[in-house]
Design a protein around this ligand. Structure first.
Ligand SMILES: NC(=O)c1ccc[n+]([C@@H]2O[C@H](COP(=O)([O-])OP(=O)(O)OC[C@H]3O[C@@H](n4cnc5c(N)ncnc54)[C@H](O)[C@@H]3O)[C@@H](O)[C@H]2O)c1
Length: 290
């Protein structure tokens, strides 16, 4: 693997998390955003996370400073040409993503790999606009990136096997476990996961069990670290509904039909932790109150 320098487009939740892990693992990272405030916020959050790691003895002060030295912030695409790997992590919109890739792919090095962190859009459709679709791939990190061990590698119609292999090595170098999926809606984890979430909502709405008992059953019966209803509240019920609706449309299969209660909760702004109300109630720090 010849990846040393990474250009990350978008410094929001995912871009900043990817940058944090990459500099920790010894990569040089150029973190890019159109919004300078997002860039400074990302850097502050990374510094804060590193300081916590130092306090907890997970990192030395020298390691923290060395990692921060590997990070630079850029509001333009001028330094795309330096990168061995470009990871786009801007908001989830196909036109916006295609527009970014159309602009950056001609600026990239001959042998650079270009990736998208999209969680639901077709890698093949985004690759449509790039100059070398065979060097384009999906690298789907999970949130929060420093904590989540999984990296889904999403193989587009034109992606070359060599790029898949390099991506697997890159995943390991980032301390993540790779799984490889064809470009198909939801890839692996989200496709299976949301059906389980939806079924839990359905059972709760039928009065089969209380929210607590549905969650406890899945935690203890399936060894899940958190219950499906608490997880919906964490993800945001609006996001869960949007994903279900997209799958329902893409697969035209009733197993993806969103539960009526999920629709009602979204209409009533019971979105979960972010609105303080979902399947459970939360205080303004996001702590469950009942
Ligand atoms: N948030 C999650 O839980 C999660 C998990 C896995 C994957 N994803 C995927 O990761 C991607 C990013 O999601 P996020 O939650 O980090 O979004 P976000 O809204 O937190 O951040 C997006 C950032 O992109 C920047 N941006 C927008 N247009 C840009 C451009 N043209 N050039 C440079 N920067 C630009 C914005 O200013 C913003 O800072 C999406 O595709 C999403 O589906 C998100």
């Amino acid at each position: 693997m010849n990846i040393k320098k990474i250009f990350v487009v978008g410094s929001g939740t995912m871009g900043s998390g990817i940058a944090q892990v990459a500099i920790t693992q010894g990569f040089d990272v150029i973190l890019n955003d159109v919004n300078m405030d997002m860039l400074s916020k990302a850097k502050k959050n990374i510094e804060k996370a590193f300081s916590k790691n130092v306090e907890r003895g997970k990192m030395t002060e020298e390691e923290k400073n060395a990692a921060l030295d590997r990070l630079s912030l850029e509001s333009s695409y001028d330094r795309v040409k330096e990168a061995d790997l470009i990871i786009e992590a801007i908001y989830e919109n196909i036109e916006a993503k295609q527009s970014v890739h159309k602009t950056i792919s001609p600026l990239a090095k001959e042998d650079a790999i270009i990736a998208t962190n999209s969680s639901s859009l077709s890698v093949t459709s985004i690759a449509n606009v790039v100059s070398k679709p065979e060097r384009f791939i999906g690298l789907h990190f999970f949130n929060p990136v420093p904590v989540m061990a999984l990296l889904e590698i999403v193989v587009g119609l034109e992606t070359s096997p060599e790029i898949v292999e390099i991506s697997k090595e890159f995943a390991s170098a980032m301390g993540k476990t790779p799984v490889v999926a064809k470009d198909s809606p939801g890839f692996i984890a989200n496709r299976a996961g949301v059906v389980m979430l939806n079924e839990a909502i359905q059972m709760y709405s039928e009065g089969v069990a209380s929210a607590e008992d549905v969650d406890t059953a899945m935690k203890l019966g399936f060894n899940h670290p958190m219950g499906p209803l608490a997880l919906c509240d964490l993800i945001g019920n609006d996001i869960v509904l949007a994903v279900m609706e997209a799958f329902y449309k893409d697969f035209n299969d009733s197993k993806y039909r969103p539960a009526q209660l999920l629709k009602k909760m979204v209409a009533g702004k019971r979105l979960g932790i972010k609105t303080g109300k979902g399947f459970y109630n939360y205080d303004n720090k996001g702590k469950k109150i009942n």
